[in-house]
Design a protein around this ligand. Structure first.
Ligand code: CA
Length: 711
């Protein structure tokens, strides 16, 4: 007799699968729930799966086992968490965590499975020998544990001690707003005191449509850590608050550089508190991107000038955001709610084992992220946690947008709920992510993936079609794309020009604001490394031309352009594809290199200016785009030509003609006869007229974009 699994699917129902039913006897089954044995009243059977109806409700404060003679297997509770019954009993809509005032502090923790919970108060951020916590018992109402303490607890550290399933666990409050060094204890602070001067009046630059934005991805550390960045607070939040910085050669760096480039949104790689195992806040020598969340609602300490002072990181991050806003830039946050480090030894598992993560039927964790335990966003209190966290960052820190890491691991309802709630806030907050379809325990139709984009209105997806069409597949380093010599990609590029929207075609998206157009991000080889690796015979100048053309395509396609920092000066990571823990030497932005590739930088800058000044590149609805883009066919191979026509999207230019020539030779292209003003050629980009030609034929230089307009 072999049992595959046992799952409690309702309070009075348990399901299990058996390998061989030939000599199975239902009377030998015992359901043991704590000290009780619950009788089976009846059962149904389909194939080898049985569903048994029980005499009494299962008590989730006790573990449940199924026994059969000498066999004993644990029944998992995952399925019951999705039932209406469970949510009616235990879903809690109110705030959780701590509420501080000078006169009292309220503590709230959700754990319907706990038998008892205590608040532990400490003076120290970390344990030391002989230390004793001040203990206070909490009281439970419907799964929520409460405590009110009438004293001023400012600067006290705290944890929760949870008695659950015959274990005593100590956990950090997942709702903690402040923590001690390395995030091992929560800290009670007065948040008002963390606001820089004027922060309450801080206003984000206004954004009309998401397609008006240009996202620039960088890391707080990479952008300023280079020895010649001219930044004082290298690798810190405050480093991005320093204005007018230059290298020793007079090149603008860090914030000064970003402003000069002209993008609208800076997307910062993880700056929530990531695990102390990846970066020790006391000695942040190790580099790590930070995709291993520890405390979701607190900034990372290694980017602060004093990780020992719990308010410092909060103040300094707010200062960064305020500085960005003052400089006309918005700040998007890279959030990683899809997985959480540490198997069983993590805060969520300690508080309510089995609730926060997807479990396989055998009780092991699902790890579709390829990192650690996949969170179960479909469980109502996990969904609430993610929503609460996003809204907290938006409201408390004035974050302008959220980039969801592995968004495809989340369920559609959660992502749409976040979009709806962000819509209620002031300003146009962005929401986009990686809609990759990974293997996790969620039905295909529920995943927030690209194929389900039609169910996720106005939520952006990283567009891997444009990424791989322009420069080659990221998973095959030798693979080439349109700009690097692969033929027959004209039609694919034409799709990308429209933002891969669904009009008369098998598009991916309903509106252009769903398409985040990019050719490289922090993952995989940098654009420059990829072009080099896949083009053995190309000359240095040809590689530079490909680099320029690649993002010129991104910046002239409909959708939301996304640039990985350093692409604008041919950033190299020395061919290291996954640099998540490579040293600064690999990851940092090298300002010497900016000087070396200043022509590429200036070219990108001109393309950004062109896009920002011309709304024709920023349409949104599928029908509108369909009727305002006209492709010119009968062009030479490896050429794509199109006209954004009839003052598209209120443009001041009647017709804008764009030519991509991916050939290593110049071509002539037949165009509608007229007087064409050229504003972008192989060497110069922008909006100023370079030359005016009255003809029905136009030249397109080798490996270049040309942009003309007609009044
Ligand atoms: Ca940390």
């Amino acid at each position: 007799m072999k049992f595959y699994d046992a799952c409690v699917i309702e309070f009075k129902k348990i399901a299990f699968s058996i390998q061989d039913l030939s000599d199975f006897d239902i009377n030998k089954i015992k359901i043991i729930n704590g000290d009780n044995t619950i009788a089976i009243l009846g059962y149904t059977m389909a194939n080898n799966r049985l569903e048994a109806v029980l005499q009494f409700n299962i008590n989730i404060k006790e573990e449940c086992y199924l026994t059969y003679e000498s066999i004993r297997i644990k029944a998992i509770y995952t399925d019951i968490f999705n039932t209406i019954e469970f949510n009616q009993l235990y879903y809690h809509d109110g705030p959780l965590g701590t509420l501080y005032s000078k006169d009292y502090t309220i503590f709230k923790l959700w754990s319907p499975a706990a038998k008892s919970v205590k608040v532990f108060l400490y003076m120290s951020p970390e344990p030391y020998e002989g230390e004793k916590a001040i203990e206070h018992a909490m009281k439970e109402i419907d799964g929520v544990w409460y405590l009110l303490l009438r004293e001023n607890l400012k600067n006290m550290y705290y944890t929760f001690q949870i008695e659950i399933y015959n274990k005593i666990n100590e956990a950090v409050d997942p709702y903690a707003k402040a923590i001690g060094v390395n995030g091992q204890r929560g800290c009670i602070i007065d948040l008002i005191e963390t606001n820089p001067q004027g922060f309450q009046n801080d206003v984000s630059p206004s954004i009309k449509n998401f397609t008006d934005t240009i996202i620039y991805e960088t890391s707080i550390r990479d952008i300023s850590v280079h020895p010649d960045s001219g930044v004082v607070n290298k690798g810190k939040y405050l480093g991005l608050c320093e204005e007018n910085t230059t290298s020793s050669k007079g090149i603008s760096t860090a914030l000064n550089h970003i402003k000069e480039l002209g993008i609208t949104h800076i997307q910062l790689m993880p700056f929530f508190d990531f695990s102390y195992e990846s970066v020790d806040e006391k000695n942040p020598e190790n580099y790590n991107w930070g995709y291993n969340p520890q405390n979701y609602n607190v900034p990372e300490g290694s980017f602060s000038t004093n990780p020992y002072e719990p308010t410092c990181r909060i103040f300094e991050l707010k200062k960064l955001i305020q500085t960005m806003h003052n400089n006309g830039l918005c700040v998007n946050m890279d959030v990683v709610y899809n997985h959480y480090a540490g198997d069983e030894n993590n805060n969520f598992e300690k508080i309510f084992p089995g609730y926060y993560f997807r479990l396989n039927n055998d009780g092991t964790f699902v790890k579709g992220s390829g990192c650690e335990n996949d969170t179960a966003s479909e469980h109502s209190m996990v969904r609430k946690f993610i929503l609460d966290s996003v809204l907290y960052w938006a409201n408390e820190y004035h974050i302008d947008g959220f980039r969801f890491d592995l968004m495809g691991l989340h369920d559609i309802n959660t992502i749409n709920l976040i979009r709806e709630n962000l819509n209620k806030l002031e300003g146009n907050k962005m929401l986009y992510g990686e809609g990759w379809n990974l293997k996790t325990k969620l039905p295909e139709e529920m995943k927030a993936t690209i194929v389900n984009a039609y169910k996720l209105p106005h939520i952006g997806h990283f567009n891997d079609v444009i990424r791989d069409t322009v420069k080659g597949n990221v998973f095959y380093s030798k693979d080439t794309g349109f700009v690097s010599g692969k033929p027959y990609l004209e039609n694919q590029i034409r799709k990308c020009v429209t933002g891969c929207i669904n009009y008369n075609t098998d598009g991916l998206f309903q509106t252009a604001d769903q398409s985040v157009n990019y050719v490289s991000a922090h993952d995989n080889n940098t654009l420059w490394d990829k072009l080099e690796i896949s083009n053995d015979t190309a000359s240095f100048d040809e590689l530079k031309s490909m680099q320029k053309l690649a993002n010129s395509i991104v910046l002239t396609c409909q959708g939301i352009p996304f640039i990985c920092s350093g692409e604008e000066f041919c950033r190299t990571k020395h061919r290291i594809e996954n640099s998540y823990k490579s040293p600064d030497f690999i990851n940092r932005l090298d300002w010497e290199r900016k000087l070396q590739f200043l022509d590429v930088f200036n070219y990108y800058k001109g393309m950004i200016k062109l896009r920002k000044e011309h709304p024709a590149f920023r349409m949104n609805s599928a029908n509108y785009i369909g009727s305002h883009i006209e492709f010119i066919y009968n062009t030479p191979e490896n050429v794509v030509a199109f006209i954004l026509k009839d003052y598209a999207n209120g443009d001041s230019w009647k017709d804008i003609l764009v030519l991509y020539n991916a050939n290593k030779y110049a071509v002539k292209i037949n165009v509608p006869y007229g007087t064409w003003n050229q504003v972008t050629d192989k060497n110069i980009s922008g909006t100023d007229i370079i030359r005016t030609i009255t003809d029905f034929q136009l030249d397109a230089s080798d490996l270049s974009i040309s942009v003309y307009y007609k009044l």
